[in-house]
Ligand binder design. Structure first.
Ligand SMILES: [Fe+2]
Length: 187
């Protein structure tokens, strides 16, 4: 393990060098958006779009790792393209999201029912405390690119958010993004 300078392209999210990447496609978000008809229509019309790409820099045996997430702009009904949302498997592990281009909203909730939103815009580094679920939403018309950094052992726990959704929704209302309580959220 040696020190290294890693280039991050703020517009494309390219990480050079990197140790891996993956993409998420629209079809993997079935059931997550509230407007199922709009989801099916978009999938039928536009095909199985890539909605976001993650590129990682992971040094073996290091405690931390980092990378970028590049989220495409788009909407399913009145909801924007977003990440699935997760807690960390380890409840004592936080994270940061440093936005480099685009605009979005980071939606967070704690286990005990608190909710917060942090606007994502270039130059803002969001602090995600341990044990707060987090989901990023691209509310703009261009790619939303952010660099994240967290513990390699943090892990992901997607199940609760997949089953219940999040307490807060970000929707387009007259072409302006607003945060509203999720009417279908069951505590
Ligand atoms: Fe995370």
């Amino acid at each position: 393990m040696l020190p290294e300078g890693v280039a991050i392209d703020p517009l494309t999210g390219a990480v050079t060098p990197n140790t891996g990447e993956y993409t998420k496609r629209l079809s993997e978000f079935r059931g997550i958006y509230r407007d199922q008809k709009a989801f099916d229509a978009l999938l039928g019309m536009a095909g199985d779009l890539v909605t976001y790409r993650v590129v990682e820099y992971r040094a073996e045996n290091s405690d931390i790792f980092f990378g970028t997430t590049t989220m495409m702009p788009g909407r399913v009904g009145d909801e924007y393209f977003m990440t699935r949302g997760h807690y960390h498997a380890r409840r004592d592990r936080g994270e940061i999201y440093y936005t480099q281009s685009g605009e979005g909203m980071l939606v967070l909730q704690s286990r005990d029912g608190q909710t917060r939103e942090v606007a994502m815009k270039p130059g803002i580094c969001a602090f995600i405390p341990p044990d707060w679920a987090h989901r990023s939403v691209n509310t703009g018309k261009t790619p939303l690119v952010f660099t994240w950094c967290c513990g390699q052992d943090a892990g992901h726990d997607y199940d609760e958010i997949a089953a219940k959704g999040m307490r807060t929704l970000v929707i387009a209302e007259n072409e302006v993004s607003v945060c509203i309580p999720n009417p279908k959220y069951v505590t």
